[in-house]
Design a protein around this ligand. Sequence first.
Ligand code: S3P
Length: 172
Amino acid sequence: MKPIFLIGYMGSGKTTIGKDIATNLKISFFDLDQLIEENYQKSISQIFEEYGESRFREIERNMLNKISDYENCIISTGGGTPCFFDNMEQMNNKGTTIFLDTSIDELVDRLHYEGNKRPLLQGKSRQQLYEYITQTLAERKSFYSKAKVKIFADDTNATTSRILQLIKTGII
Ligand code: S3P
């Protein structure tokens, strides 16, 4: 099986859903951010702080290149991964892309609850978070919409079941 790439905004459930699918199918799971953190022995926030976002995007691109040829696996990407270089085309060429389409209200709830561990969201109030997500999601949708499959993802368990059903019935 070619790799399945989960894409979507921060907080859309990529990591949780990816892990659950991999466990259910007994295949490998990779999280792009986690691989970068392990490789650099630094958190994503530290990498943003020390090297800046554009260097982070190159690092992210290089890591994506490294793992795109892996087989029989689920890969959860970062929220910005599809929006830089030709990452989206690369993922579409190498495997199956699934866009987890989560509503703005749900994203605000999840990201506000999780606190500000993500560098792009640090220090934002709930209202600022709402405005930032509304604006950046609108910009990012043109990239996310290039995914082969789009799934409404406000209910994480239902989303996992739906993806498993699509895989097991051979639809993807
Ligand atoms: C980012 C999303 C993060 C991480 C970095 C930048 C983004 O990943 O890659 O903080 O630009 O949306 P998650 O989507 O897993 O939070």
